[in-house]
Design a protein around this ligand. Structure first.
Ligand code: NAD
Ligand code: WQD
Length: 348
């Protein structure tokens, strides 16, 4: 058995997939989640998939006492920190909620980590910190700028992590900047379970394919892209999960070879390096599912950018990680999850 990892937000979409990858890689895991955007059923399914119960604690990262209880009863090597709110539109309507949950919550987590001498962290950052990129593909040295409170909260946490490593070089803090996570576990047992009508493209397409929604609105067909629709770097959530294992392996490697001080604040893109347009994704999904995906072109969505895809070189060179799964795999797995769970996890 390898080191023990605290997974905040481990009941969520990316967290559940990462728990499986961590277990398969031999890590012991403790999940801490307030279930504000997830369900116990997701945890039950992860337990079934790995063939043993996982330790789950219901709690909020802003609750310092509850966190102290967790840290005092476990010896963690580090934390993978997924816990956060992620809806861009909601963040515009409720900025205080987003800053409180995502920024204050992370500060509380870091304070408790410091108290217990746990100084290794992998943080869920986002390609959103690049705003509208000046050049493509986007590498980690690109300028950072955000236009909405959700993005600002991710950027604020990055700055906090950076400042922390400057103040004390025994912290090793990796910010993984995800591009567009999609897909689901190949079993069809776990996947993305949005509340209400999805904001994001892949769950929207899936719900059109399964007949829950009538048609897709494609936001803009006059972008300077291959077919006028937006271009994104879609990455399979299983690949993303492996990226977290690779980040932990890297941290362990640095520490075991006496290079702890050299990690500092390390931002790394997790993307495929390939752009796919909205229309290309619609076509791929329709082919895989055998279902028509009716769509109409609509106005551009406020705040959207034309194109966004990663330079994935740093992850390859430093973490020895690269995405393996294709757009077809992403569509197949999203479709299997949607078909097998037309109403998501049911139990909220
Ligand atoms: P998710 O909502 O499915 O998972 C987040 C989990 O955190 C949920 O289970 C939720 O209940 C929990 N949580 C939220 N606030 C909490 C709090 N205060 N205390 C304890 N638990 C709390 O989202 P996801 O898609 O799995 O995203 C995970 C992380 O990755 C988030 O931080 C998100 O901002 C980031 N991210 C997501 C995407 C994406 O497109 N999904 C892209 C880039 C970055
Ligand atoms: C992708 C493309 C839309 C829905 C968001 C967050 C980002 C990150 C990932 C967390 C765009 C188009 C979408 C629809 C459409 N999350 N689209 N019709 O906006 O790239 O990124 O999720 O960090 O911060 O902003 O993802 O899936 O919403 O959109 O035409 O009904 O699909 O315009 O071009 P986005 P998305």
């Amino acid at each position: 058995m390898k080191n023990k990892i605290l997974v905040t937000g481990g009941a969520g979409y990316i967290g559940t997939h990462t728990c499986i990858a961590l277990h398969e890689a031999g890590y012991e895991i403790v999940v801490y989640d307030n279930l504000s955007n997830s369900s116990r059923e997701a945890i039950n399914r992860v337990s079934n998939l790995i063939g043993q119960p996982i330790e789950f604690i219901k709690g909020d990262i802003r609750d310092a006492e509850a966190m102290r209880n967790v840290f005092s009863s476990h010896h963690f090597f580090g934390v993978i920190h997924f816990a956060g709110l992620k809806a861009v539109g909601e963040s515009v309507a409720k900025p205080l909620l987003y800053y409180n949950n995502n920024v204050s919550g992370t500060i509380t987590l870091l304070e408790i980590m410091a108290e217990y001498g746990v100084k290794n962290l992998v943080f869920s950052s986002s390609a959103t910190v690049y705003g509208d990129p000046e050049t493509l593909p986007i590498d980690e040295n690109s300028k950072r700028s955000c236009t909405n409170p959700y993005g600002q909260s991710k950027l604020a946490v990055e700055y906090i992590l950076e400042d922390l490593t400057v103040s004390d070089n025994s912290w090793s803090l990796i910010a993984l900047r995800y591009f567009n996570p999609v897909g689901a576990h190949s079993s069809g047992q776990i996947g993305e379970d949005p509340n209400d009508v999805p904001n994001n493209l892949m769950p929207y397409i899936s719900q059109v394919a399964v007949g829950k929604l009538d048609k897709l609105n494609i936001f803009g067909n006059d972008y300077p892209t291959v077919d006028g629709t937006g271009v994104r770097d879609f990455i399979h959530v299983t690949d993303l999960a492996q990226g977290h294992v690779a980040a932990l392996n890297y941290l362990e490697g640095q520490i075991n070879t006496g290079k702890r001080d050299s990690v500092g604040f390390l931002p790394i893109n997790l993307g495929t390096g390939k752009g796919t347009s909205v229309l290309e994704l619609v076509t791929a999904f329709s082919k895989v599912s055998g279902q028509p995906i009716p769509y109409k072109f609509a106005e551009r969505r406020a705040g959207d950018i034309a194109s966004c895809y990663a330079s994935a070189d740093k992850a390859k060179n430093l973490l020895d990680w690269q995405a393996k799964l294709s757009i077809t795999d992403m569509c197949q797995d999203s479709w299997r999850w949607q078909r097998m769970n037309p109403n998501g996890y049911y139990i909220k």
